[in-house]
Design a protein. Structure first.
Length: 278
């Protein structure tokens, strides 16, 4: 059996959490990541028949949360109350590899959380988002939640309308419409760690890979850790430019017809209803 600490998915999680903390996206224990793993890649490092303990999910109402489609799936997930800055130095305490139990009401711990920890309290929301994304993209493997500084600041000064919010972001960087052509979903402020916000996020995830939690942070999803990290990174860069120019009068901007040319050049399907075309 290979050393789990050398597994590419563990190393990738260590590097990503370290980068997110370094960038200021995940202060204290803010932020969480879940990474859907293939059984074949995990069994090189772990005995999948050995269950360390069973952990009930936090904040789940039996009637409103059915995770049956995820039964038996394996995830590498960050822990509740854990600091991203500590993951690289002590992955076995701050991360866990879990298997979804019957009906998705509990998880089986296969590795990690050695101090008695458990998955992030927002893991039910992650599960809902995974199911939503898998229904439209069977290759979806990563769901990431963070608190990017400029994107969060933008929430306070920009109208929280999906079309308007997306349009402003698209105007900030030439690459934006090519990187997130479907735009960004936006939810009003909601209590985190509940079924309600999980269900609302999952609904948005059917149309968007980025969902803004107003006055809180952002959820991103995609096929790989790099893809999701780069997605959030691009949205955050656009928000940073918006906050830098602030209320100054604009002399130049990317025109909507130019955005269309960009989208067509890169062959991406974009939200035409988010543009102001003649």
């Amino acid at each position: 059996m290979k050393d789990i600490l050398t597994a590419p998915f563990v190393v990738e999680m260590e590097k990503t959490t370290a980068n997110m903390y370094r960038l200021g996206w995940d202060e204290r224990n803010g932020g969480n990541i879940s990474y859907l793993l293939e059984e074949a890649e995990v069994k090189e490092y772990l005995d999948l028949s050995r269950v360390i303990r069973r952990i009930p999910l936090m904040g789940v109402k039996q009637a409103s949360f059915d995770a049956t489609p995820l039964e038996g799936k394996l995830f590498l997930v960050t822990g509740t109350g854990k600091y991203f800055k500590n993951v690289q130095d002590d992955p076995e305490t701050n991360l866990g590899i879990i298997r979804i139990g019957k009906g998705g009401k509990e998880v089986e711990l296969l590795w990690g959380f050695r101090d008695g920890g458990r998955p992030t309290s927002e893991f039910p929301t992650h599960m809902m988002s995974h199911m939503a994304r898998l229904s439209v993209d069977p290759e979806n493997r990563v769901v990431l939640h963070s608190h990017p500084t400029n994107l969060l600041a933008m929430n306070y000064v920009h109208e929280l309308d999906e079309a308007k919010f997306t349009h402003t972001l698209w105007e900030m960087c030439t690459e934006c419409i090519a990187v997130f052509p479907e735009g960004v979903g936006v939810l009003p402020w909601m209590l985190c760690g509940t079924d309600e916000i999980g269900i609302a996020t999952a609904e948005k995830m059917r149309d968007f890979r980025v969902v803004v939690w107003a006055l809180h942070g952002v959820y991103g999803a995609g096929k790989t850790m790099d893809e999701v990290f780069g997605l959030i990174e691009t949205v955050e860069k656009a928000a940073q430019i918006f906050m830098l120019i602030g209320s100054r009068p604009r002399v130049n901007t990317i025109k909507d017809e130019d955005m269309v040319k960009l989208a067509e050049l890169f062959g991406v399907k974009y939200r035409k209803d988010f543009l102001h075309l003649k």
